[in-house]
Design a protein around this ligand. Sequence first.
Ligand SMILES: O=P(O)(O)O[C@@H]1C[C@H](O)[C@@H](CO)O1
Ligand SMILES: Nc1nc2[nH]cnc2c(=O)[nH]1
Length: 296
Amino acid sequence: MGNIALTGNSKKVEFNPRNYDDLIKLTESVRKQVDLKEVPTIGIICGSGLGGIGGHIKDAQTLPFKQIVGFPTTSVIGHKGNLVFGYLGGKYVVCLQGRCHPYEHGMDLALCAMPVRLMHQLGVETLIVSNAAGSANPKFNYGELMIIKDHIFMPGLAGFSPLVGVNDPRFGARFVSLNDAYDRQLRQLAQTVAKDLNIVLHEGVYVMSGGPQYETPAEVVFYKTVGVDALGMSTCHEVTVARQCGIKVLGFSLICNICNTDAEKSVDVSHEEVLKAAKFSGDNACSFVIEFISRL
Ligand SMILES: O=P(O)(O)O[C@@H]1C[C@H](O)[C@@H](CO)O1
Ligand SMILES: Nc1nc2[nH]cnc2c(=O)[nH]1
C-alpha cells in the first residue's frame, strides 16, 4: 500500500500511516487546531449510529477529520467524522465520532487504525471502543449490549494486519501479545456499571470480517461453530494497535440484528436497520459509557 497524496491548502502532502514521523506531524497539526484543556487519558471510538456519545461531551471542541491532513475519511452513514475533545463523566476525553473502516480504504488497516496511534500520542491510556454488530448468539436480543471478552480478527488472520510491514520500534513491539486484549478489570467494572444502571450486558466473542457485505447463512453458522457471539466489520485492527501502544481496552457491541443461519429463510439485513437499532438503544449505550468513565 503506497503513500496517500492529500491536498491541504492546495499543497500536495504525502502521508504514510506506517511512518512514525508522519504520525508526529499529524499529531502536531491536531494540537495546533485545538486548545487542549488537559491531557485526554480516555479515548472513545463510536460505532455506527453511536456518535450520540460524542454529543454528550461538555465544553466540546470539534475537529472534523477532513481538517486534519493525512486523516482518513469516513463515508459510512452514521459516522460523522469528527474528533471531539471535552469532558464526559467528569473526565477529559478524546472521542472519534465515527470511524474509518478498512473496506472504505482498500483494506489499508494501518491507515484505519492510525487514529488510535494519534490518541496514544495525545496521552490516551484507556480506550473505549464500540461497534454495531449482528448476533449469532440465541440468548442475545435486538438492542442489547455485549462486552467483548475476546475477538477473531479475520482480516488479521489473512495477513491484513495494521502491524504488517516494516515496524518502527517507536510504534511498539514487532510481535504484539493479544492475550487479555480486552482488560479484565475494565470488563468487571463494566458489569458493575450495567447492573447499577439496570442495563442488560452480555459478554462474548466478536468477529471482524472484512465486509462490506453481510454474512451468508453458511458463514453465520461457521462463525457460530467457532464460538462467535457478535459479527462486525471493525474494531479488531484498532484494538491490535491499541495493545501495541500499551493502551488498555474496553470494547462493546450494540446488537443491531439477529443473524440468519437458515438458507431457506429470507431475512434481510441492511445498514438502515442497523442504524435504527443503534438509535433505539443509543441512549442506553450513552448512559453506560458516561457512567463507566465517571468510575474510572
Ligand atoms: O463502525 P461499525 O463497526 O459500528 O459499523 C458496522 C459495521 C459496518 O461498517 C456497518 C454495517 O451496517 O455497521
Ligand atoms: N459483519 C457484520 N457486521 C454487522 N454490523 C451490523 N450488523 C452486522 C452483521 O450482521 N454482520
